[in-house]
Design a protein around this ligand. Structure first.
Ligand code: ADP
Ligand code: MG
Length: 310
């Protein structure tokens, strides 16, 4: 359309200087990009495209699917989501020119400084929920929310968090099989209905092969499960579901088996635990929506919920 940010077949390197790698994903590389004229700095996400005419790439997405998805992303405009400025298709690759989020991953911040206080966690979680609420309101499901995909705009400033890696991933990660084997690497944030939707996992759990026909479609609710995992981790520094044994981890997710045990949880308010418990609900229909989570008492920041000290 007339508002399209696509610069097709233009050489991205005529416009931007591509610098060092900022990060790597399952099927992409992100590099620092400096606009040659304005000197402004961006992040360029570079994704190899399946060749024209070939059906799909190894992530099962056709070129058309990927490009259609980018068309959706370029309409996403919200302060809690990374902004796409323009994009290029050149030399068999897709280049997404996005806001530079120079503060790195929230994961590193949590790993370095340990669990957050409740007010700090609330500030981050509010931004996460507002971003998710906006995405869901326009029919986009992220499906890969995790601490690695929450980036800080400025180093050490945990008030400036933005969601990355959204929307585009949707089609590529339709299948949980794909997600487990190649892209995500870890199912720690994966909702039970997503786990159950994977035939490979069902076979692993039940010890018997299954048919594709009993695949359960999952919807936006899987993002709220991941939000519950994220809030649990922000407050305690530990994941709610973890095991060195892959099948055991998947079994506890499917059963919704987690606990608020351990020293960290003694300092955490019952309101915070209540919100997490209402997000980590196995039945996606019973799980809080983004709207409902935003209306939860803990989000209001009552004084009773600010006990923990960092
Ligand atoms: P993938 O879809 O392959 O997982 P991501 O979009 O998550 O790719 O990007 C991979 C990594 O690159 C991120 O985890 C992050 O470390 C870095 N990164 C992504 N987007 C940006 C950005 N806008 N600014 C700075 N670093 C980024
Ligand atoms: Mg990612």
């Amino acid at each position: 359309g007339p508002d399209s940010k696509l610069r097709t077949d233009a050489d991205v390197e005529d416009v931007y200087h591509l610098g060092p790698a900022l990060g790597y994903g399952g099927f992409s590389k992100v590099r620092l990009a400096t606009h040659r004229e304005t000197r402004k700095k961006y992040a360029a996400k570079i994704i190899p495209l399946p060749p024209r005419g070939s059906a799909t790439n190894k992530y099962n997405s056709s070129r058309a699917m990927i490009l259609r998805e980018v068309d959706v992303i370029q309409r996403l405009d919200h302060p809690c989501l990374v902004k796409l400025h323009e994009w290029y298709v050149h030399d068999g690759k897709l280049y997404l020119i996005m806001d530079l989020l120079a503060g790195g991953e929230l994961l590193d911040e949590v790993e370095e400084h340990g669990p957050l206080t409740e007010p700090q966690a609330r500030g981050i979680f509010l931004q996460l929920l507002l971003g998710v609420q906006f995405m869901h309101s326009i029919g986009i499901v992220h499906r890969d929310l995790k601490l690695e995909n929450l980036l800080l705009e400025r180093q050490g400033d945990i008030a400036s968090v933005k969601i990355v890696d959204f929307g585009f991933a949707k089609k590529c990660r339709d299948s949980a099989d794909e997600c487990l084997t190649t892209v995500c690497g870890t199912p720690e944030y994966m909702a039970p209905e997503v786990v159950r939707g994977s035939s490979k996992i069902r076979a692993m759990l039940e010890g018997s092969p299954t048919t594709e026909s009993d695949f359960t479609p999952y919807s936006a609710a899987c993002d709220l499960w991941s939000c519950g995992v994220i809030l649990y981790m922000l407050l305690s520094g530990q994941p709610p579901f973890s095991s060195t044994s892959h099948p055991r981890l998947l079994r506890s997710i499917v059963a919704g088996r987690f606990s608020f045990e351990g020293p960290a949880w003694k300092r955490i308010s019952p309101e915070a635990q209540d919100l997490i418990a209402k997000l980590l609900v196995v039945d996606p229909r019973q799980r809080l929506t983004a709207n409902a989570a935003l209306a939860h008492p803990w989000m209001k920041g009552s004084r009773g919920s600010t006990r923990s000290a960092r």
